[in-house]
Write a protein that binds this ligand. Sequence first.
Ligand code: NAP
Length: 518
Amino acid sequence: MYLKMESLIKEKPSLAIEDKVFDEVIERKNGLPIFKAFIDGQWISTRDVKEIVSPIDGSVIAGIYRLSYEEALSALRNVYTKGRWSARNMPGSRRLEVLEKLADLMEEYREVLARTLVVNAGKPVRSAMGEVLASIDRLRRAPLDLRVLPGDYIPGDWDIHTLESEGIVRREPYGVVMAIIPFNYPLFDAVNKMVYSFLPGNAIVIKPPSSDPLPILLMTKLALEAGFPPDTLAVLNVPGKTAGELAASRYVHVVSLTGSTETGVNLIRRAGIKQYIMELGGGDPAIVLEDADLGLAASKIAKGIASYTGQRCDSIKLVLVEEPVYEELKEKLMSSLSNLRIGDPRDPETDVGPLIDKETADEWERSIKEAVEKGGRILVGGRRLGDRYIEPALIEVLDHDTLVKLKLYKEEIFASVALITPVENVDKAIALSNQRRYGLDAAIFGRDITKIRKLVRLLEVGAIYINEYPRHGIGYYPFGGRRDSGIGREGIGYSIEQVTAMKTIVYNYKGYGIWEYM
Ligand code: NAP
């Protein structure tokens, strides 16, 4: 049984954004705040208003002005023709100052940013503030990104054909990065993509998620206040499909998408040859060895399963436990999960808030039903508490032939639910992990260095967390997927390589008498 807050919904959610700095962004119509789009260096309204609802109770909390394809394409063209040069021609030290100033402003407005995340994304208060603070941290760590920017010097005298010449390989910005943002970390993901794109001198066009675009629009205003050249930045309030069409235009050099694998596949098909960074679907395995600290493993795995109601790419979806400790770990994990509190995300005591929409809860329910019909057993949770509220579920499936056929194993269900099964050895754990289509991260709990070393060598994932649940954090350690989980890496000092082009410059001095060879 889970702990529940007294009432799932305390009162009707509302945004209450009073700070003067945002006056230019928000228009009020019949008491409802309508957020503008930012293009061509200005905040604009259009004829198309899309309602924005809160996952807390499904009520309308705001509207946003949406752009047509033509309006968005014209904005992109302006960034391509003018904005990218403004970014590139700004001294690097000044770009760093702008990012630092944005961190200061986000600090100043952290309460309103966190509140907007709670109401618009349904994120529990602590996690929402965590996302704001992570965004600030990311901005403050921007200088660390620069470690890969300097480039290379290649002396010519190692090859007979290049004697008396020398080469420099330098990096320069591609030009325009289109950042396509998922609903689950709208603020952090937009800030992160902004840091690594703008720092080396790219312009950036942000496509916010349709369900929770509001934190990004507020942050954009702060970025402008911080000194972002207005023509290097645009926020395109368009639906996903239109974003795919825009990405195909020649005005976009790099697409940085964080989203589902299906979106990634559609986008690449539509947009063709570009530079891509793709952080796609995941859902990670956690492997528990027989010598693990089971209390620690259980409490960390519970967080990995339930935090932000499982709406995290690095959420744990499969728990593989060595047979001798299976029963003990299972009991401990059930108990850790049951200690979580489900409720209104505005309540500071809440651990598990609502899902982003009803459709996700429907899918979660269907996939659990399928698992149970095929022989799975619900150990804890699994009940629907309302349109969007669910109890995180742990489902035991003992037969591995059944396990690998379940939707919960084959696909990423973006809500709190994990399968648990015993394994006879690490080889079986490796096989069950690698057979999934995703390869984002894995967690290993245990001490036996021989087993850990084998797992580390053979798991086909982008990151492995030992005695920790997978958590990408601010990307101090780089993360990213293999197989269907993506292309490239996000992380301090890593993504910058993917938004800059290498250019080789060869200087030939033959005959100028500079070199004298024996
Ligand atoms: P999503 O539905 O794929 O949407 C992501 C973004 O792509 C949204 O802005 C969406 O716009 C846009 N989009 C949709 N269709 C598009 C198209 N054809 N062309 C271009 N853009 C398109 O994903 P989500 O539900 O927001 O986020 C959850 C997913 O993101 C999960 O699969 C999760 O694993 C993944 N994720 C991965 C990482 C990682 O590091 N690997 C991190 C976070 C999340 P609309 O909102 O307008 O549809």
